[in-house]
Design a binder for this molecule. Structure first.
Ligand code: HOZ
Length: 443
């Protein structure tokens, strides 16, 4: 993508200098601060289709897609028109509305294990609520999560977490009471024997929570048969299985990873994509299980903005469009084209990478591979990644600013856009390959 305009003053830098005095680290969510790659984050003014444009007028092909939800592309005209129309009827009611009924029907129709659903306002809220439900119905306290998986910033979940926690090297956040952290057990992803051992050592396990395809240590697919083994172990031990499908839901297949791998969890969490990019989350499961949530049952969870009419509107447009399953074939072939091209470009430049991909979720690790869990993901050359990231940014391609995040392809990423990206990557790999590792400027 060519620069839309040249400016002498970098407005992103100016805004960032103001922002660091006003917000912790200058941001409202850590990964976007560019600490994983060094340099100044770009402040984004607008987004359209496959691109985002910063406040200095530079346009980039975007592979973050707001961390997944923009599957139709940015500022999709139908979503924008729907939101404009919906906003004239009010932006929040704090009361039941028809749109939330319709969105619930869409979700239940698509996601195989969900018979009843509760809307919330973020993925974090969804996972926290799912865990409360699991603890409430089992009467047990302990939770098992996997090293490098990230499920939002709930207290129980910030143990050996991925995403920004891994990027910043904060394996266990201060502020989480030890008594609570003790209730979170961990095991390596893709390792059935370790999970078996955890169950042998602890009787009090309420639930196992997993990203069925990990996105938060970069994209790491489950090994053949792994999810089935996790399902079997949880059932055998009377624990509930929670699939965190905040990234994979409606992304790797319409019915999410549970449809793709034919493994049914007890509880599913969803986010981002079901609100078409507006703030939303949801958790769901069987009727029997979900009827334990207040006011149908005793387990309390509530939210004024839950079922918000704007989020429901954007979500409905998105999920109705995703009924056309040919969309998933298009996303699959576009992302395969991208990953094949990146792989060839890296090899031609003599750089060792391993690219993991499931559907339109992908990560290029600077790593000889294979990348199957946190230990192997963590072997990636972060410095080289940072240099590649900046070389790509210079070429007009915006990647996730951390080695430990997934990339996302949208319907707006045409073959032309993908080929332009591969061309940029060829140049970027050459820069990285020829100059060798150099220190990041850090911030
Ligand atoms: N935790 C998000 C990625 N897995 C990043 C959130 C953000 O910075 O917007």
């Amino acid at each position: 993508m060519s620069s839309a305009s040249e400016t002498t003053r970098d407005r992103s830098e100016e805004l960032f200098a103001r922002a660091v005095e006003l917000m912790p680290g200058g941001v409202n969510s850590p990964v976007r601060a560019f600490r994983g790659v060094g340099g100044t984050p770009r402040f984004i003014r607008s987004a359209s289709g496959a691109t985002i444009t910063d406040v200095d007028g530079r346009t980039y092909i975007d592979y973050v897609g707001s961390w997944g939800p923009m599957i139709l592309g940015h500022a999709d005209p139908e979503i924008v028109a729907g939101l404009q129309e919906a906003a004239t009827r009010g932006t929040s009611f704090g009361a039941p509305n028809e749109l939330e009924v319709e969105l619930a029907e869409e979700i239940i129709d698509a996601v195989p294990s969900i018979e009843m659903v509760r809307m919330v306002s973020s993925g974090t809220e969804a996972t926290m609520s799912a865990i409360r439900l699991a603890r409430g119905v089992t009467g047990r306290s302990k939770l098992v999560k996997f090293e490098g998986c990230y499920h939002g910033h709930g207290d129980s979940l910030l143990v050996k977490a991925g995403s920004g926690v891994a990027t910043l090297g904060l394996p266990d956040s201060p502020g989480v009471p030890a008594a609570l952290a003790e209730n979170t057990l961990t095991a390596p992803f893709n390792d059935v024997a370790s999970l078996e051992q955890v169950f042998q050592q602890h009787a009090d396990i309420a639930a196992v929570i997993i990203e069925p395809v990990v996105g938060n240590m970069g994209c790491v697919p489950p090994a053949e048969g792994y999810l089935k083994a996790v399902r079997e172990l949880t059932s055998r031990n009377g624990a509930l299985l929670i699939f965190d499908e905040v990234m994979t839901g409606f992304r790797v297949a319409r019915g999410g990873a549970q449809e793709l791998y034919s493994v049914m969890p007890d509880i599913t969490t969803l986010g981002k994509i079901i609100g078409g990019g507006l703030p939303v989350g949801a958790y769901g499961g069987s009727r029997e299980l979900m009827r334990n949530i207040a006011p149908a049952g005793p387990i309390y969870q509530a939210g004024t903005l839950s079922g918000n009419p704007l989020s429901m509107t954007a979500g409905l447009v998105t999920l109705r469009r995703l009924r056309d399953l040919s969309i998933y074939d298009r996303l699959e072939s576009a992302t395969a084209r991208l990953c094949d091209g990146l792989s060839a470009a890296a090899a031609d430049a003599g750089i060792k990478t391993v690219i993991n991909r499931v559907g339109s979720m992908w990560t290029s690790f600077f790593n000889p591979g294979p990348v199957i869990d946190w230990t192997s993901a963590n072997r990636s050359d972060r410095k080289l990644f940072g240099e590649f990231f900046h070389a790509m940014l210079g070429q007009g391609v915006y990647l996730a600013p951390s080695q430990f995040e997934a990339g996302f392809v949208s319907l707006a990423h045409t073959d032309e856009v993908i080929d332009q990206t591969i061309k940029s990557a060829r140049d970027a790999f050459k820069i990285v390959g020829s100059e060798g590792p150099k220190p990041l400027d850090g911030n």
